[in-house]
Every structure is written in structure tokens, then in C-alpha cells.
Design a protein around this ligand. Structure first.
Ligand code: DGL
Length: 284
């Protein structure tokens, strides 16, 4: 009955934690943000896979009962590897986002936006194309949107310009459903909504993931018991591999509430946790 472990390349995954807290208020959570090595979205598959393994191993060492990969890029490159390597349920954001988009599309085209890594991995496109056919899927990498969201420029002309630049081809292609395939994009939802046609449905993968985490906990009988749920506050713990300058401000914006305290862990500890998992598997 440990906490649920949630990790991301940095602070963006706090939007996923926010959705998880809303959906599972009685659960305990431990969040790890790899702020020393963010961004993952510009890095190659091997690097991201290795970082993700270390992040998950660090959380496993803290005694979590489930691991949520709250980073689209890490989920795109590493989800299956993590599921094979860890003896815990490991959930990612891609599959829930794809299912929600397929359930909501009205037969038009489906768009997906994300980091360069997420889009170049082709994971969203493959899953969507298998259901609706490749010509009905339009994908676009939007690298500038992550820093704009972090800077808090959610309703700024710079962001409006970047959104227009990236999303025009999707609007022109007539997408009726758009997957926000990056942890930072929920903050840009109003600006994205204003740019797209009014009837375009935006799929927030954070909310969809929270739904599937709740389902999975139920199926596995891993929910925190009702007596524990009646206890005053669930435990919320934050670990970071670096504390960025604007941590408190950005963190609160992403999580939707202030973060009381965050602990810092040295990268060599995170790397060491990853090595232990690898060696453990080699011995097994
Ligand atoms: N968390 C990443 C994602 O959802 C965005 C930030 C990054 O590039 O690391 O893909």
C-alpha cells in the first residue's frame, strides 16, 4: 500500500499529478522531476530510455506501488521497456490519450502535437493510424511551446504566434480532435482552443491517464483502503534532481497549488538506482 510514483523530465508532469490528485484524492503520491536533465523532448531514444529507467528505479526505491510515466517523450520511447523491467504496474500517457481521441472523433481527422521526440517516435501516429488509417492522422512537433508554457506566457502574443505557426496545418487539414501530447500543453489549452475551430475537441492526456490509473488500481485491488481515505491528508512528496530558479512559481502554476517543500536528489543516486535495476535483471 505504498504511494503512487509519478515521474517526468521536469515540472511539466505536475499537470498529470494535478489530474491524478483530482481523480484519486485519497492516494499518496511521490513525484520525481528530472530537472537536472530536462528537456527530454530534444534528446534521442536511447538517452531518454536510459533516463526513464533510472527515474523509475529511483521511485521504485522509494517503495511505490505503481509508476506513472507523466512525460509523453519518456512514454513514447520507454514505456514497454519499463513495463518489461519493473515488477510494478507502469502506466503511460499515450494509450489513454489515443483511446480518448478515438472515442471523441466524429469521423474527421485526428491531430496530435508534442515534443520533437514524441512526434518523431511515431507512437501516437501508429496507434491512431491502426484505428482510423494514416491519411486521417496529422502530427506536428511544437518545440517552442514547452518554454513558453514554463515562462507563464500562456496568453501572450508570442505564444499566439507560435501556436498559429505550428497549428495552422492542423486547422487547415480539418482535424476535429487534437491530442495535447505533451505535459506542458494543458496550460495552453485556452490559447490552442481559440486558434483551432470552435468545434475541435482537445484531448488532455493528463486527464485520460488519471482515469486509466484509477481503473488499473481498482482492477489490481491496489486502492488505498477506505479507512485510510478518511484520514485527513494524503501524502505528497516531491523529489527533484535540481531545483530550478523559478521552481516554486512554475511548480504552483503547473500543479494548481503551492508546493510546500521539494527534496533534491543527486544525479549519481538516480543513476545508481538505474544500475541496480539493470544488474538485478542481468543476474535474474
Ligand atoms: N515532459 C515532456 C513531455 O511531455 C516535455 C518537456 C521535455 O521536453 O522534457 O514530452
Amino acid at each position: 500500500m505504498g504511494p503512487i510514483g509519478v515521474f517526468d523530465s521536469g515540472l511539466g508532469g505536475l499537470t498529470v499529478l494535478r489530474a491524478l490528485l483530482r481523480r484519486l484524492p485519497a492516494e499518496d503520491f511521490v513525484y520525481f522531476g528530472d530537472t537536472a536533465r530536462v528537456p527530454y523532448g530534444t534528446k534521442g531514444a536511447r538517452t531518454v530510455r536510459e533516463f526513464a529507467r533510472q527515474d523509475a528505479a529511483f521511485l521504485q526505491g522509494l517503495g511505490v506501488k505503481m509508476i506513472v510515466v507523466a512525460c509523453n517523450t519518456a512514454a513514447a520511447f520507454a514505456l514497454e521497456t519499463l513495463q518489461a523491467q519493473f515488477p510494478l504496474p507502469v502506466l503511460g500517457v499515450i494509450e489513454p490519450g489515443v483511446s480518448a481521441a478515438l472515442a471523441r472523433t466524429r469521423g474527421g481527422r485526428i491531430g496530435v502535437i508534442g515534443t520533437s521526440g514524441t512526434i518523431r517516435s511515431g507512437r501516437y501516429q501508429e496507434a491512431l493510424a491502426a484505428a482510423v488509417g494514416a491519411p486521417r492522422v496529422v502530427a506536428r512537433e511544437c518545440p517552442l511551446l514547452v518554454p513558453l508554457a514554463e515562462e507563464g506566457l500562456t496568453n501572450h502574443p508570442l505564444t499566439e504566434m507560435a501556436i498559429a505557426h505550428y497549428l495552422l496545418p492542423l486547422r487547415q487539414a480539418g482535424v476535429d480532435t487534437l491530442i495535447l501530447g505533451c505535459t506542458h500543453y494543458p496550460l495552453l489549452k485556452p490559447a490552442i482552443s481559440r486558434f483551432m475551430e470552435p468545434e475541435t475537441v482537445l484531448v488532455d492526456s493528463a486527464e485520460e491517464l488519471a482515469e486509466s490509473a484509477a481503473r488499473r488500481l481498482g482492477e489490481l485491488g491496489l486502492q488505498r483502503p477506505a479507512s485510510a481515505a478518511a484520514a485527513p491528508a494524503s501524502r505528497l512528496e516531491f523529489w527533484l534532481s535540481d531545483v530550478p530558479w523559478q521552481f516554486a512559481e512554475i511548480g504552483a502554476r503547473f500543479l494548481g497549488r503551492p508546493i510546500e517543500a521539494a527534496r533534491q536528489v543527486n544525479l549519481d543516486e538516480v543513476e545508481q538506482a538505474g544500475r541496480l535495476v539493470r544488474h538485478g535483471r542481468e543476474r535474474a
